[in-house]
Design a protein around this ligand. Structure first.
Ligand code: AMP
Length: 382
């Protein structure tokens, strides 16, 4: 790669999808001097609020997609459920990074898990399920408990049902509306960890993590990095994340989520071909954050240093539930000077909706986690 292949600052970048991930991408892009156009079906969105141009159009409106792509130097996306035809249409007019084929694999659990298995990566034991008979056979093969997940459009535990005993299989199949699914063996993991990786147009790779993640109601609650994990878990998760980037030939940012067992063995739970919630701590914890890496990768620029600014960093999510008793007491969280507050500009707060997050860097992971959770608790103290 040389400078001639790069898209220089001053150019316009396009982002498909308009949530908080697009917003933080746009902020990083604008800091580097780019202009940002965003397209999604919504209006007055977290990304649109900070973009130069917000276009409201359906992802299936291929004329709008073509016009959008003609107006930008490169396109990325912030959520993986953009239809394949949309990515293909856009790619006729501007480079789409990561490429549509990466999206195609990552947006369907059956394709994703199949690709991982075929490429010798450790994954949760699973079976593809297209009919009730196949489900019953898969329950016998994998045993119970097991988790039935829709192959498409699943995130934050949506489209999932746990089958505790074989007799529950039929009801689970009805609950998920008899769609294409996968059945996964239930993993008695010790921890959930993730690695965020960025890969440039020249193939250079940088990694963040592994982050240790906790979930509440299937939604990410906290992430913390620099934890004392078994050496095997650290090495294997980083190696696997790099192999995924190379195997899929990703230009951009991708997160691999893992289940870690007590002996340090890891298996992939899922891939997200974009910046990830567990990587939000990189904004204040690392020299270059995941969103700036996405900008650099998409533009064919060299990647920045992923080094940490302090020995540890943590993040706590702010969900809409925090608004139940009225507006959170922002001044109380900000009274902790190490704390960095990030809000996504969402007007309507709903239970479970990601409204923002709090980051802190510190000398130890325990201290970083203590700071972000104390700041979050202070928000609702009356
Ligand atoms: P997912 O949408 O697949 O990331 O699942 C959301 C959360 O559900 C995960 O972060 C886990 O906490 C839990 N989960 C999903 N699949 C399994 C499994 N096979 N075994 C145990 N827990 C699971």
């Amino acid at each position: 790669m040389n400078g001639r292949d790069a898209i220089p600052p001053g150019a316009t970048l396009g982002v498909l999808g308009s949530g908080q991930l697009g917003r933080m991408f746009a902020i990083a892009a604008r800091r580097l001097g780019y202009r940002v156009h965003v397209l999604s079906p919504e209006y007055d969105t977290p990304t649109g609020q900070v973009a130069d141009l917000e276009i409201s159009a359906d992802y299936q409106d291929l004329d709008a997609i073509a016009r959008f792509a003609q107006g930008v130097a490169a396109i990325t996306f912030e959520f993986e459920n953009v239809p394949a035809i949309t990515a293909e249409t856009a790619a006729r007019h501007a480079p789409v990074r990561p490429a549509g084929r990466v999206l195609h694999i990552a947006q369907n659990r059956a394709r994703e898990k199949g690709w991982l298995r075929d490429n010798a990566m450790p994954v949760t034991p699973f079976r593809n399920v297209g009919t009730q008979e196949e489900l019953l056979a898969a329950v016998v093969e994998l045993g119970t408990p097991a988790v039935l997940k829709t192959a498409a459009f699943g995130y934050d535990g949506k489209g999932q049902v746990t089958i505790r005993k074989a007799a529950e299989a039929e009801a689970a199949w009805q609950t998920l509306m008899r769609q294409e699914c996968i059945l996964e063996a239930f993993v008695e993991f010790e921890k959930e960890i993730s690695v965020v990786t960025a890969r440039g147009l020249d193939g250079n790779l940088v990694c963040y993590g592994p982050m240790v993640n906790t979930h509440v109601n299937h939604i990410l609650d906290t992430s913390v990095t620099s934890c004392d994990l078994p050496a095997r878990a650290v090495k294997d998760s980083l190696d696997i994340a790099c192999s995924v980037m190379e195997g899929l030939d990703v230009t951009g940012v991708l997160c691999v989520e893992f289940f870690m067992e007590s002996d340090g063995r890891v298996m992939v739970n899922e891939l997200a071909p974009r910046p990830h919630n567990s990587g939000h701590l990189t904004i204040d914890g690392h020299v270059t954050c995941q969103f700036e890496q996405q900008v650099r990768a998409v533009c064919g620029l060299p990647l920045g240093s992923p080094a940490m600014v302090r020995p540890a960093a943590a993040m706590a999510n702010l969900l809409g539930d925090l608004w139940e008793g009225g507006e959170p007491q922002w001044h109380r969280a900000l009274a902790i000077p190490e704390v960095k507050l990030h809000l996504y500009g969402k007007v309507e707060s709903r239970a479970g909706r990601k409204m923002g997050h709090i980051n802190a860097a510190a000398d130890t992971p325990e201290e970083a986690l203590r700071l972000v959770t104390a700041a979050r608790a202070a928000l609702t103290r009356r």
